[in-house]
Design a protein around this ligand. Sequence first.
Ligand SMILES: Cc1cc2nc3c(=O)[nH]c(=O)nc-3n(C[C@H](O)[C@H](O)[C@H](O)COP(=O)(O)O)c2cc1C
Length: 348
Amino acid sequence: MSSSFPISLGPFRIEDGAFLAPMAGITNPPFRQLCRELGASLCVTELISCHAVMFVHSRLKNRRKIRGRKLLSLLEKYEGESPYVVQLYGREPDIMADAARVMADSGADIIDLNFGCPARKVVKNGAGCGVALMRDPALLARIASEVVAAVNIPVTAKIRLGYGPGEKNAVPVAQALAQSGVQLVTVHARTRDQGHKGPIDMALLAEVVDAVDIPVVGNGGIQRPEDAAEMLRQTGCARVAVGQGAKGNPWLFRHILSGDAPVPLDERIAICRRHLALYVQWIGEERAAIEMRKHACWYLKGFDGAAAFRKRLGEAVSPDIFHQLLDELVRENPPADPPGAMDEKNNS
Ligand SMILES: Cc1cc2nc3c(=O)[nH]c(=O)nc-3n(C[C@H](O)[C@H](O)[C@H](O)COP(=O)(O)O)c2cc1C
């Protein structure tokens, strides 16, 4: 199915624009909200184990405490997030179905199934989840069918080209998913052994697009708007999903929609402040400052003294200190006058 088709998932009409690919530790509520504000048309939570969902559910049902916030925070959405897309992983069809039902009852709008994660703790150590399931397409299809049957919200899935160079079975796997009732499939156009780096196989991605009647989202290696345009052109995929290219660069979504343009330092600073405010809303001042350090360092590059400035940001312990440092940066780098502004000043 090609990019000229609008995408409808249940009641949701997904507008033009790239998706934000799920990234553990990065695509949390503040980053998802920021990316939507900057033009991403769909964002997905990071992967969550079906066992973790059932654990939280049973503790809450029995009114028992959950120590630490990390697990609970994985399941949070930002106020007004719509659609709220939750990515689940696991290998037991019945537990995946139960977890999907729990999430749907708790407000998830779409369930995304992870069949692409290469992390050792997900794939190996007896877990056999994530991309390992591409080696067992029958089980993968059963998981998808049982989840689809368990919920009355749309179910989507994310796969890779295959487990390894000699095992590229994305076409039959995507066909099996479509037959199971999955409504959209994202294909990370690399194999498991490539991890998150290396060349993209556009030809095989195009074969997947041709082989199924559901929308296919292409993913992998998009750093610039031209990369997105090239993937859409070469493969006919319905949309692209951007992962690492969005880190420290969330305005890429706007550029994919409406053209590349330099992002001046003052705008980066404004986006950094917005991201910090979203973090404060989510986890409070102290933890926001800590979480924002890495993002701020990704945003603020390419000016005189940037490395020394990032070092100071890396030690900021509160949003106030963050803002003081950003104010200082603005004072030292006043925005350039827009073209023509000089003439107006001289005439006044
Ligand atoms: C740090 C990190 C965490 C990731 N976590 C997830 C995840 O939770 N679920 C998932 O489906 N993919 C995950 N991915 C894979 C990305 O969604 C994406 O498929 C991959 O990075 C390739 O796209 P890119 O080249 O645009 O980064 C992760 C990637 C990275 C780098």
